[in-house]
Design a protein around this ligand. Structure first.
Ligand code: TRP
Length: 360
């Protein structure tokens, strides 16, 4: 059997991720993680089990975590910005409610860290236009924006992400499989910068991917769970809204509940959600619900989700009531990120012979 380059790099990353897990456990202080989200809406269960819980786990291990509110990335494929301030507050409340501890994790926003953004300029000089056009994730994203012409920022946002990662010297990036090409580009940029401008003393480490182990969750309509589709169980919702959403979930015509992901994807997805929330297996839950059918399945899922999220949601309500506190935390994180970015940009300028201050 032949493997495509994409499969090859996935397999390599998967093997390496497993090794990294044991290195992290042995010496968490050696690692710095950068990760983040675009502020486009409240986080949902897919984010929670996919990435958020893992960030909290790394933080609690003692890994330094830099958590980016990627506001500049929002305008890569849309122009409406009115919703951003609210989405930023939502994101901050979701992070903290889920266990992100601002004393240990730096939360910051693109737009507040000028030197980070300035790094994009020398980085752009290190990649070719053909390389940018080849990026499969950018191609897929451009396809979903439909009629809209691809913006220069959408084409180059993987370079911006390289700046996000490299400005703070992150050496670990938790990613989903679809983001692997971006990380490969970041590694290329780090390597080329070092070769071209820092041959004697490399400036940037080549960051590595930690692949998320979490299964892909579908929304209640059986499509990909997504902020914009209205099919997502969000952390922000309350018990009643979650109950209503799950009651409306698609199932199938078969009475007896079984766990068969290929043949019965909607039912399997509901079982998976309940299983993740109650630390059981989908098979176990299927047996318990059995001939109780879709109605019992839905009430079981609702109870599991609401039970699991209850403490998080209680904290979240308190946090959301105090936007001043959330914004102060962000301001403090921004200040930390600015210091790091200024120091990195200075190093970059020095390596590029672009420091003109008199030394005297
Ligand atoms: N693209 C990510 C998202 O949409 C957010 C992000 C921006 C990011 N820069 C990054 C993730 C750098 C990892 C590394 O959620």
């Amino acid at each position: 059997m032949t493997t495509t380059p994409e499969q090859h790099s996935y397999l390599r990353a998967a093997t390496r991720s497993a090794e990294l897990e044991s290195l992290i456990a042995a010496a968490p202080g050696q690692f710095r993680v950068l990760t983040g989200d675009r502020p486009t809406g409240p986080l949902h269960l897919g984010h929670y089990f996919g990435t958020l819980a893992n960030r909290v786990r790394l933080q609690d291990f003692g890994v330094g975590v830099m958590l980016l509110v990627a506001d500049y990335q929002v305008i890569a494929d849309r122009d409406a910005v009115e919703g951003i301030p609210g989405a930023v507050l939502d994101l901050l409340a979701d992070y903290l409610a889920a266990g992100i501890d601002p004393r240990r994790t730096t939360v910051f926003a693109h737009s507040a860290v000028p030197a980070l953004n300035q790094l994009m300029l020398p980085f752009l000089s290190l990649v070719s236009v053909a390389e940018l056009h080849r990026n499969p994730t950018v191609k897929a994203e451009a396809a979903t924006t439909g009629e809209r012409a691809m913006s220069g920022l959408l084409l180059t946002y993987p370079v911006h992400q390289a700046a996000d990662i490299l400005f703070c010297g992150a050496n670990l990036v938790p990613v989903g499989r679809d983001q692997l090409p971006h990380l490969e580009l970041t590694r290329t940029i780090a390597r080329r910068f070092n070769q071209r401008y820092a041959a004697d003393a490399p400036l940037f480490p080549e960051p590595e991917a930690v692949l998320s182990a979490a299964p892909l969750l579908l929304g209640v309509d059986g499509q990909k769970m997504s902020k914009s589709r209205g099919n997502a169980i969000t952390l922000r919702d309350d018990d009643d809204r979650t109950a209503a959403l799950i009651r409306s979930a698609r199932t199938d015509g078969e009475r007896t509940i079984t766990y068969e992901p290929d043949r019965r994807p909607e039912v399997a997805n509901l079982l998976l959600i309940a299983a993740l929330c109650s630390d059981r297996t989908p098979e176990q839950l299927a047996t318990e619900v059995g001939s109780g059918g879709a109605a019992l399945l839905k009430s079981t899922v609702t109870e599991a989700v609401n039970e699991r999220l209850r403490p998080l949601r209680r904290r979240r309500v308190e946090l959301a009531a105090d936007p001043g506190y959330l914004l102060d935390l962000l301001a403090a994180g921004n200040a930390v990120a600015r210091d790091l970015a200024d120091a990195t940009l200075n190093e970059v300028r020095q390596r590029m012979h672009m420091c003109y201050q008199s030394v005297g």
